[in-house]
Write a new protein. Structure first.
Length: 96
């Protein structure tokens, strides 16, 4: 699967108290596998239902794997220190 690298990544997301703004941009800090924060605003990726950071999975041989933690790390690695630009799509029940 090809990856697109750019100085700005546009993401459709939801966010809370800045709901009247059309976009928010900045460097993000990952909270978990589908949520990050920019300038104090919690932003959830729209239409993503991902495992939570504390969730564990089982490998075929029965070994426990911290798949939720790895998912959060994968999002953090993907975003890196790039500036993100997010457009309001909706506000979820947690005001994100």
């Amino acid at each position: 699967m090809p990856f697109i690298y750019a100085t700005t990544i546009a993401l459709f997301a939801t966010f809370g108290s800045t709901a009247l703004a059309e976009t928010i941009s900045g460097t993000a800090s990952v909270i978990d596998d589908d949520t990050f924060e920019i300038h104090g605003e919690r932003i959830r990726l729209n239409a993503i239902d991902a495992i939570k950071s504390g969730q564990q999975c089982f490998l075929p041989e029965g070994k426990v794997w911290s798949c939720g933690r790895d998912a959060a790390f994968a999002l953090s690695d993907k975003i890196g220190r790039r500036v993100l630009e997010c457009r309001v799509k909706d506000i979820d029940r947690y005001d994100r």
